[in-house]
Write a protein that binds this ligand. Structure first.
Ligand SMILES: [Zn+2]
Length: 188
């Protein structure tokens, strides 16, 4: 008889229970789990297929809605994935243009919605100020600046403050990026 004596430790893909499998391809601890897993997979496949069928079925409709100027509330909820309540609120606030052709016949301007949903306000981009380089060799101390540019330390400090030059204090020394200082004193 060809029964295998193998016992391979496994974890059931359906119930996550550990069990000993007889073959390397066993994925489930029991027939019941295998069946349930099979059913679930089939259900998922069916759902996916239904979705595809629906999309295919309505592709013409979707294409048409995409190009029409005014769309219904129902169409808007589908196209933009928002609730009717939200839509009505937007209309009430005057954020989108709508026309009322009668009871339950509100039509919304599609471009208004598109603008609303694409104009994501980004926070104003902060001027990307290059990080001050405080590496030794790229910095002056106040004394160095004062000597190099023949300005007394008080003036140097004033210049730094007035020009909002970043500084770094290490012990009793104040380090200032050379390039910033050179730029300013070059113009004096
Ligand atoms: Zn199981």
């Amino acid at each position: 008889m060809g029964f295998s004596k193998l016992k391979i430790p496994r974890v059931c893909e359906h119930c996550s229970k550990s069990f000993e499998a007889k073959t390397v391809t066993t994925r489930f601890c029991s027939v019941s789990c295998a069946n349930k897993a099979g059913k679930e997979r089939k259900k998922l496949e069916k759902k996916q297929k239904e979705k595809e069928t629906l999309l295919k079925k309505y592709s013409n409709k979707i294409a048409e809605v995409q190009t029409r100027e005014f769309i219904s509330v129902a169409e808007a909820t589908i196209m933009f994935g928002i609730s009717k309540d939200t839509l009505h609120r937007l209309i009430k606030r005057g954020m989108i243009t709508s026309v009322n052709l009668g009871v339950r016949l509100t039509r919304i301007r599609r471009s208004d919605l598109e603008a609303l949903f694409t104009s994501v306000e980004l926070p104003p981009k902060k001027e990307e100020k290059s990080k001050p380089n405080f590496e030794v060799g790229n910095c002056y101390t106040i004394t160095e600046i004062s000597e190099k540019f023949h300005a007394d330390p008080g003036t140097v400090n004033n210049v730094i403050r007035r020009n909002k030059i970043p500084t770094k204090k290490v012990g009793s020394f104040v380090y200032v990026p050379k390039d910033e200082i050179d730029k300013i004193f070059a113009n004096r």
